[in-house]
Every structure is written in C-alpha cells, then in structure tokens.
Design a protein around this ligand. Structure first.
Ligand code: NAD
Ligand code: AKB
Length: 310
C-alpha cells in the first residue's frame, strides 16, 4: 500500500487530489500538507512550508511516506507580479522536495505546465520535444523544474514523473492566480450573473482540461510501468483547445441568454499569446495510456450542474 505526502494540498489541484488518493489508497495513507490548515481536514495533515529546507523531509520521514506529490507553487499571473518570490518558492520548494525524495528514496511527482512553452514554440500540435524558450517567470521555473526532475532521475535514480498540465477547470476550489483562470470564472459568472467579462481576448486559444481527467492522469502515470516511460518528466497532456467564445458557446446551450464581454488584461494576454493553441499528447497516450474523458460540452454540463448544487 502506498503512503503519499502531498505539498500545496489545499490548492485547486491538491484539494481534489487528496480526496481521490484517499479514496484509492485509504485516508490514513495520504498526508496532506500546506502552509495553512483547514479546521475540517478529513485525514492526516502537516503544516509544511516548502521553502523551509528540512520541512518536507521531516514530514515524509515522520509518516513513512514512499511518495511525494509536490504541488506547492505560485501560478503564472501571480508569479509575474512577484518574480523573485516565485523563483524562491517554485525552484527552492522543488529542490527541497527532490532532496527529500533522494534522501528517503521516494517516488516523486510534480506538475509542469503548458506555461513551459514560449512564443517561439510551434503553436499547433505542439510536440512533446520542441523549442522551449518561455518569457514568463513561471515558464522559466517550469522548464528548469522539468530539467531538475530529469537530473534527479539520471544522477540519483529518483523515480521522478510529471505532466505538463493545461489550464485546469474545476468547481471545488478556485484557481490560485493563473492565466487560464478565466475559464473557471466564466462558469461561476454564468451561474451567478448570466454574463462574464473575460480578461483574455476573443480568439486566444489555449489547452484546457476538466479536473477529473487531470486527477486520473496523475494516478495512471504514477502506477505506470517505469520501463515504458521514455519522457518521464513533463508529458504533454491535453483534452480541450478553446478560446473564450468557445466556452460561451458551450454555456449558451444551457443558459441561452449568457453574455460574454471583453476587458483584456495586457499581462495575462501576453502570457496567453506566448503559449500553444493545442499540444500533442501522443507520447503520454503511447507510454502510459493517457486518455481524457471530457470534451468541452461534457465538462460544461457537469460544471454548471455541480455549481448550481453548491
Ligand atoms: P494553487 O495556487 O491552487 O495551490 C497552491 C498551494 O500551494 C496553495 O494551497 C498554497 O497555500 C500552497 N503554498 C503556497 N506557498 C507555499 C509554501 N511556501 N509552502 C507550502 N505550500 C505553499 O495551485 P494549483 O493550481 O493547485 O497548482 C499545483 C501545481 O500544479 C503547481 O505546480 C502548478 O504550477 C501546477 N499546474 C497547475 C495548473 C492549473 O491549471 N491549476 C496547470 C498547470 C500546472
Ligand atoms: C496558469 O494559468 O498559470 C496555470 C497553468 C496552465 O499552468 N493554470
């Protein structure tokens, strides 16, 4: 049975990943951690600041973890407002987590992002291996992080694995300050106000994915046969390529009066334009059987239903 320590576990991904892992492996085998704590936490939990050099190691050792899933990070838009802090958290936290995995011989997962690509990357069907010269601090952190995870595998034999997530859409925990957050806000606004003002311009395509597909991908990759993993860190995975008007169209099938307006934020727009329109997930499909279940219509139906019940 696995024993997993999750950092940044109260964020958009972690809050749902904890539930899924606890359902799969047992509540007491999944230890959540973050820099703050909820009062109604349902399982084992530790306060862990990932920038504290020994905090991850101490929590993993205390609970006899065999796996670290490292999620604590600053996302693209927030990182761009405080780039020096972003470097310290995104790179320092990752290094501390990898060191804990090396010292304790643990399996390791951390997500990269479509943000690792840049304006000179091919925009359509972006290959698994291609030009990566990102222009945001977040992107710089993600490329460096992918390489660092490769290094820990080649140099020390740490079983590091990862995916390049697209923008994730979910209804349980709001996103933490990314460029793709508009694609979550549009659903909340559709339910509350029947209209939304997008800070991303019409015609700007980015990769997106519904949270259940993102969670299944982690479990599938971590359980995959290591002999099959050629690109172990940072597999391209995507489900949907969409612009703001595509979300509006899908929402109007349920809320015909839904109105979409635009008030473009230049910082987030510039980041969005530097990212691919759609990435090619074939390496993940071939090496560990990645498959997304949700397209934009199926996701929209589920998002609107779940948000209405909230
Ligand atoms: P989030 O912003 O929702 O959550 C991050 C969590 O980290 C928060 O709960 C926060 O309290 C915690 N945290 C912040 N500073 C910390 C510190 N010093 N020590 C410990 N915890 C700290 O982020 P998320 O969306 O859940 O993203 C998790 C990972 O997935 C990140 O690496 C992110 O880059 C990556 N990712 C996310 C998306 C997405 O759309 N959500 C897409 C691609 C990649
Ligand atoms: C962001 O927009 O920063 C994230 C991501 C795609 O990495 N959602």
């Amino acid at each position: 049975m696995k024993k997993i320590l999750v950092t940044g576990a109260l964020g958009q991904i972690g809050s749902e990943l904890l539930r899924q892992l606890r359902a799969n492996y047992g509540t007491n085998n999944v230890i959540g951690s973050d820099i703050w704590q909820k009062e109604d936490e349902e399982g084992p939990f530790e306060i862990v600041d990932v920038t504290d050099e020994k905090a991850i190691y101490n929590a993993a050792k205390k609970h006899n973890a065999d796996t670290i899933m490292h999620l604590a990070a600053l996302l693209s838009a927030k990182a761009e407002s405080v780039p020096q802090l972003a470097w310290n958290l995104n790179m320092g936290g990752l290094m501390n987590a990898l060191e804990a995995a090396r010292e304790l011989d643990l399996q390791f997962f951390t997500p990269s992002s479509i943000g690792a690509f840049g304006p000179t990357t091919p925009k359509k069907h972006t290959p698994q291996e291609t030009t990566m010269r990102p222009t945001s601090m977040y992107g710089v952190n993600k490329v460096a992080g992918e390489l660092l995870c490769d290094y820990y595998f080649y140099r020390y034999g740490v079983d590091t694995r990862g995916v390049r997530y697209p923008g994730l859409i979910s209804y349980m925990t709001p996103p933490g300050g990314g460029t793709t957050d508009y694609a979550v806000e549009i659903y909340y606004d559709a339910i509350k106000h029947k209209q939304c003002t997008s800070y991303i311009a019409e015609g700007t395509y980015m990769d997106m994915m519904y949270m259940p597909d993102a969670l299944n991908a982690v479990v599938k990759l971590m359980e995959a046969n290591p002999d099959k993993l050629v690109h172990r860190n940072a597999y391209n995975i995507s489900a949907i390529s969409a612009a703001p008007e595509d979300f509006a169209g899908a929402i109007r099938k349920h809320i015909p009066e839904f109105e979409l307006k635009f008030d473009v934020d230049p910082v987030r727009q510039q980041i969005a334009e530097s990212w691919p329109d759609n990435i090619d997930s074939s390496a993940a499909e071939e090496e560990w059987g990645f498959k997304a279940e949700y397209d934009i219509d199926l996701m929209t139906e589920d998002m609107l239903t779940k948000l209405q019940m909230k």
